[in-house]
Design a binder for this molecule. Sequence first.
Ligand code: GDP
Length: 445
Amino acid sequence: MFENLSDRLGGVFDRLTKQGALSEDDVTAAMREVRVALLEADVSLPVARSFVKSVTQKATGAAVTKSVTPGQQVVKIVHDELIKVLQGEDEPEALRIDNPPAPILMVGLQGSGKTTTTAKLAKRLKEREKKRVLMASLDTNRPAAMEQLAILGQQIGVDTLPIVPGETATQIAKRAKQQAALGGYDVFMLDTAGRLHIDQVLMDEVQAVRDIAQPRETLLVVDGLTGQDAVNVATEFDGKIGVSGVVLTRMDGDGRGGAALSMRAVTGKPIRFVGLGEKMDALEGFDAQRVAGRILGMGDIVALVEKAQEVLEVEQAERMMKRFQKGLFNMNDLKGQLEQMQKMGGMQSIMGMMPGMQKMAKQAEQAGMDDSAVRRQVALINSMTRKERANPAILQASRKKRIALGAGLDVAELNRLLKMQRQMADTMKKLGKMGKGGMLKQAMR
Ligand code: GDP
């Protein structure tokens, strides 16, 4: 689905990874090519621009490891950035289809593949999630479309709401809702009418249906072949109806794939599924990792760099251990420890995970050492000068006052922090004396 983009990027990175050292010019030139490749794949200009900017920044600031080449490192950065563009900061949650009967509203332009996608998704929910699904077509202007859904329903063994000629879309929506409740269905899917273009009559109708159905999910089906138009359609539908997710169809074609790359960044809506053909099982859950992997086609390099980064982290940790063993533990070390703790999901969760630590977690909480305390402690350390961090012993009353003020906290809290740092430094020294095979070294394994 991303052949052209994939080829273009592959060429750029092949050249880059063959080189040893990279100059800034090499990176700049490569990024210029990446930008052109993205634009040719019909990625929107602002997205392409911010993508390249972000990669360049990270490539310049990246920690260098000996075991990979700078070019390989750039590949990994591009890979991670692709994932971010494709899915935003977080992976999307599962479809909200608990609380039966859960309504799913399917919206989109005519010809986008909406009816096909409705049936594909119904089949998926039936087979993978063991849901009882009821489908209803609301396309009262096109009896053929209503028939089409009924035929697909028979094919995949999913019930459709019987067609009653003369009913309006809102009447059908009401009937589907009643039938879903009476018939004990888990999910009911409403396949709304499409038009060739967005028009007010269509939007009014879909809004009225939405108000009746109160959908938990409103999935917009757009044709992935239409590139940036797909993104524009999504923006319009979201403004008027409010969509919760997007399905990109025809991603099996030789489209340029730009819609997938721009969708999340421009609309803020997650891509939920991609359509990969006309058959009923040609629907795939959208997985940013996998798609990024396909686009780059450089899985080996990505894995290699990930491994090297792990090694780098261990090296850093070992360096720190050496300091600790000498009894060196200043505010920078404490800050590093506190931040590490925050990264790992906070003190409570770390302690909660360790056997026998639950009791201590509770005590720590009672002693005012909860996660918000950690944030305050980091704020206090940030408020110190470099000299003060390296040697907290120099903190006298006036310095303390300035630091506390800078962090918006009181001196008593700073004093507690200082005491903690001193105690930890003492402990480190004692543990360090236990020698190389001592506890700390053991704990590192
Ligand atoms: P609707 O008007 O939006 O309901 O569109 P349909 O569901 O009737 O689909 C229009 C055409 O697109 C049909 O021939 C489908 O088989 C085809 N189609 C839908 N999804 C895909 C897809 O993911 N890939 C391909 N190749 N064809 C698709």
